[in-house]
Write a protein that binds this ligand. Structure first.
Ligand SMILES: [Fe+2]
Ligand SMILES: [Fe+2]
Length: 180
């Protein structure tokens, strides 16, 4: 809380925008995995790993939920959108097949890795609580990406199209959630 007092106004707004977009993104991630699990079911061989990733996304989201409250950040107005769009993205890719679900994860986590790296570069050592958490989560997002690639993401039907479209969607969503 003390950080809020000495931080210059523009930096404070930047920090708040970071927390807003990260909370929205981690919430979206939990919804993607929920959509995938809803289609694949608990007994599908891919589901154990997806469950594990989903639990990690819950931990990421919980941290940003706490930041939203502690640092008095206005949450995204897009929450209902992230809920439905995330779930739909997960459900549709899983319905195409488990490899398409993995292609979705590979695409999303590739964008999130870049996004978190850019935030860490911007933060430097100005806000260790935030940047340490982001570094921690970024490492897990890379594990998710690597798991997805190892599980045959690139063998999914129309992989380049799927991968490109989902990455573009993520970029758009990140840009939107910073503001709205
Ligand atoms: Fe995450
Ligand atoms: Fe992730």
């Amino acid at each position: 809380m003390s950080q809020l007092r000495w931080m210059p106004g523009d930096r404070r707004e930047t920090m708040k925008a970071m927390i807003r977009v990260d909370q929205a993104g981690e919430y979206g991630a939990t919804r993607i995995y929920a959509g995938q699990l809803a289609v694949l079911g608990d007994r599908h061989p891919a589901s154990r790993a997806i469950h594990h990733m989903a639990e990690q996304e819950e931990r990421h989201r919980a941290f940003f939920d706490r930041m939203i409250a502690e640092r008095r950040v206005r949450p995204t107005l897009f929450q209902p959108f992230w809920d439905k769009a995330g779930f739909a993205l997960g459900a549709i890719t899983a319905a195409i097949g488990p490899k398409a679900a993995m292609a979705c994860t590979a695409a999303v986590e590739t964008e999130i890795d870049k996004h978190y790296q850019a935030q860490r570069d911007q933060l430097g050592d100005s806000d260790p609580e935030l940047s340490d958490a982001i570094a921690d989560f970024q490492a897990e997002e890379l594990e998710h990406r690597d798991h997805a690639l190892g599980a045959g993401a690139e063998e999914a039907i129309a992989y380049p199209v799927l991968y490109g479209a989902i990455r573009a969607g993520c970029k758009f969503a990140i840009a939107a959630a910073k503001r709205i």
